[in-house]
Design a protein around this ligand. Structure first.
Ligand code: ADP
Ligand code: ZN
Ligand code: ZN
Length: 753
């Protein structure tokens, strides 16, 4: 067996610039003993100073003249360092998701510039109180007003130091005065570095709850497994309000008692402010947040706090997974089904899988906890197979009744001559709530609104005969499949019922708001969508004004169905629930079920009973039926059967090779070539689809197209990716591939658009 001769090495990963690797020769004695991630010592620069570096790639092809390549001096057999693990994780991501090593490294290493710590100044007395009192009376006599104020303040505090700013700002003492007093030896001015803290807790302490038996069972099981050296992945399936967050807190307590740290991933900070505060109330200063809205200084400080042990818990979106704790013991992913856990940039990693891999790489391992009211098909499937440990929490601990859910058949409404966007039933209930001074939420499902076409009389949706995803309307009346490229003319009349109401459905939040104001002029309406939440703080403003009962009706997109509790909402209306069903995406039903379940869960949080009306053109669709009954298992069983039939994830795996090209024909031709290259491998049972244009076929004059491969075996897909990558690299090196960029997406979460 022959081992690679050369290694590409990154010198001294400083977190501000992970850039170019340098190539070294691996001396005979080290061949086969070093790997990606190994820390080595190399001669660097003209003076050949001994420097530490990390191997990021192994190869047999020297990048330049062999005689100029220096030898690696030594490989370190140090115990695993945090950076070691980051490198191994990056190498795994590169292979598992397809990206360059540099892109993977940039993802796992917190890339922040080193920032100076901010400094606070304090002033205290340098002389005994008796002397200071004398100085004070002298200042009074001599009418030295500023000096008098400083001494009075310091004497009042009984020897405590006071913030410098308090004197200069509130007491308006000039810096020069303070300096001269300090020069005379009357006072002491000290400076102190501190960490920036992005979120201030509200200081309220959180009383510990006595866990229910079901909650305690989870904590005990995870803790016992840990003691026995078992590091598992656990899925907590629990309806909203069933106490998942409380369980997370108890699990973290247990983890901290073992001297370890915790990473908590949440979909988006803005949506979960209330949850965040519960952590702050329980853990105080030992917890912090990490997200994209932090300033560079704040970011740097949170990383430093984690590194130095100033905090034990970090909460943040998927990138918080890469927080450099010394000893992570638990990783929690709340709302694990959310799409934000998948990166849209290369490497297109999923935080769930990456967390599991990270837990495996940690020297002492870590427990991974997934939680959701509507688990992803992926996680539930693995849990049922026994790969994850499944817990079910079925009771609401807050009291509050589950709402009664009705489905309004929009086809019937049309037959009855009702062309408005409100069904009779919803209109009746809104009037009723307005008269009782109770609140209503109207939710429009805009996800996947890429112009699917349906018959408004019978609900027939036009689908691709090859892919079972809905066709999208393109200009010129063509219906196009975004998976395989199938095209057909848009029919004038419905082939099923001959109605001429064949159209793509487009209703926006603005239109709903106008309609509400027209029908109920007395109603106070708030609207929340991408338009009204553009400015900073507008999101919180709208929610708190609705919570403060400054409006009767809140109209919004999916933003309004998450996170917040409104005890006075007793009616939730879902207009056109089908919208997301027809997204040109095999996950459309799953997304619809999740959204509807969440939306329905918004009603009846308080003591009064709530109503939910789901309006739909396809009231019999299983994701609408099961969501109305809040029956996850029934949904799962139907959906997994569909995935099985069409070999979609999680039953099978799928690789999407995404291309971007300046020239449409050239891009399509190259996509076809990539498909051919992969097909030549003759992988048994691999199914190829495409090339097809992406749902948005052109952005900024760049055309976008894709080829899909379905295969049961993930590693088989990785091998196909590797071959494609190699083929592309060779072309690039020959200068034959200029205008085309290729990326990989494994088990896509959203359709390539
Ligand atoms: P989830 O995260 O599943 O939505 P939470 O943990 O937020 O559920 O719990 C919902 C509500 O129930 C919260 O108000 C919480 O304080 C309360 N709660 C949770 N566990 C308990 C318990 N063991 N005893 C009493 N109240 C609890
Ligand atoms: Zn029809
Ligand atoms: Zn198709």
């Amino acid at each position: 067996m022959s081992f690679p001769e050369y290694a590409n090495i990154i010198i001294d990963i400083s977190h501000e610039k992970v850039d170019k690797p340098f190539q070294y020769r691996i001396p005979e004695r080290l061949r086969g003993k070093v790997d990606i991630g190994t820390c080595v010592e190399v001669p660097f620069g003209r003076g050949n100073t001994r420097r530490k570096g990390y191997i990021i790639e192994l190869t047999n092809d020297p990048d330049f003249d062999e005689s100029r390549i220096k030898d690696i001096l030594a490989a370190s057999d140090e115990i695993a360092s945090a950076e070691d693990i980051s490198l191994k994780l990056a190498a795994w991501m590169k292979r598992h998701y397809g990206s360059t090593m540099i892109a993977a490294l940039r993802t796992v290493l917190p890339s922040v510039k080193k920032m100076k710590k901010p400094v606070r100044k304090f002033v205290s007395l340098k002389i005994p109180v008796r002397e200071a009192t004398e100085e004070y009376y002298e200042a009074v006599r001599k009418k030295q007003k500023a000096k008098e104020r400083v001494l009075k303040e310091l004497l009042d505090t009984d020897g405590d130091r006071i913030p410098y700013e308090l004197l200069t700002q509130k007491l308006q003492v000039a810096s020069a005065t303070l300096k001269s007093m300090s020069d005379k030896g009357l006072i002491r001015i000290e400076s102190e570095e501190y960490f920036r803290k992005p979120v201030a807790g509200d200081g309220i302490r959180y009383g510990d709850k006595v866990l229910s038996a079901a909650q305690q069972h989870i904590v005990d099981t995870v803790s016992r497994d840990y003691d026995e050296g078992k590091r598992d992945t656990y899925l907590i399936h629990g309806i909203t309000g069933s106490g998942k967050t409380e369980v997370y807190i108890a699990l973290i307590d247990d983890c901290i008692k073992r001297g370890k740290q915790a990473i908590v991933l949440i979909p988006e900070i803005a949506l979960t402010y209330q949850t965040l505060m519960r952590f702050y109330r329980h853990f105080g200063d030992r917890v912090s947040v990490m997200n994209s809205s932090l300033s560079p200084g704040e970011k740097y400080d949170q990383i430093e706090r984690a590194r130095t042990g100033d905090i034990d818990i970090i909460i943040g979106p998927r990138s918080a997974l890469f927080t450099p704790f010394q000893n992570t013991g638990i990783i929690i992913i709340d709302e694990e089904h959310e799409t934000t856990y998948k990166s849209e940039q290369s490497p297109k990693y999923h935080a769930r899988e990456t967390a599991i891999e990270l837990a495996r790489l940690l020297p002492d391992g870590a427990a991974v906890i997934l939680g959701s009211a509507t688990p992803s098909l992926e996680s539930y499937y693995r849990a049922l197979k026994g790969e994850y440990h499944l817990f079910e929490l079925t009771e609401r601990l807050t009291g509050g009744c589950l709402p009664s859910v009705e489905i309004a058949d929009l086809r019937q409404e049309l037959r009855n001559g009702n062309r408005s966007i409100f069904s009779e039933r919803l209109r009746e209930l809104i009037s009723d709530r307005l008269s009782k001074n109770e609140q209503t939420m109207l939710f429009i499902n805009r996800r996947g609104l890429a112009g699917f076409v349906s018959c408004r009389s019978c609900g027939e949706v036009f689908k691709c005969p090859h892919c079972d995803v809905s066709l999208s309307e393109h200009r010129g009346g063509r219906l196009v499949c975004h998976y395989c490229g199938h095209e057909e003319a848009k029919p004038r009349i419905c082939p099923k019922c001959s109605s001429k109401y064949v159209s793509s459905f487009r209703a926006g939040t603005q239109q709903i708001e106008d309609e509400v104001k027209k029908i109920w002029p007395q109603a106070r309406v708030l609207r929340m969508d991408a338009d009204t939440t553009r400015t900073k703080g507008s999101y919180d403003r709208i929610l708190s004004s609705f919570a403060g009962k400054e409006a009767d009706v809140l109209v919004g997109t999916q933003m309004i169905v998450k996170g917040h509790d409104f005890p006075d909402v007793t009616l939730v209306g879902v207009l056109a629930a089908d919208m997301s069903l027809y997204a040109s995406d095999f996950r459309a039903s799953e997304r619809t079920f999740q959204l509807l379940t969440q939306a329905a869960g918004r009603a009846g949080r308080g003591s009064r009973e709530g109503n939910v009306v789901i309006q739909s053109y396809q009231p019999d669709h299983y994701s609408i039926q099961t969501a109305s009954r809040q029956d996850y298992r029934a949904f799962y069983d139907e959906e997994i059967a569909y995935r099985d039939l069409l070999r979609y994830p999680p039953i099978s795996h799928m690789l999407c090779v995404q291309l971007q090209s300046r020239d449409e024909a050239e891009g399509m031709a190259f996509a076809a070539r990539l498909r051919a290259v992969m097909e030549q491998q003759r992988v048994p049972k691999a199914v190829f689809i495409g090339p097809a244009m992406a749902s948005i076929g052109r952005i900024n004059d760049i055309y976008r197209m894709a080829v899909y491969v379905k295969l049961d075996d993930y590693e088989g897909l990785v091998a196909l990716k590797d071959i494609t990558e190699k083929y592309i690299k060779e072309l690039e090196e020959m200068g034959k591939l200029r205008n085309i960029a290729v990326q990989f997406d494994f088990d896509p979460i959203t359709s390539y658009s």
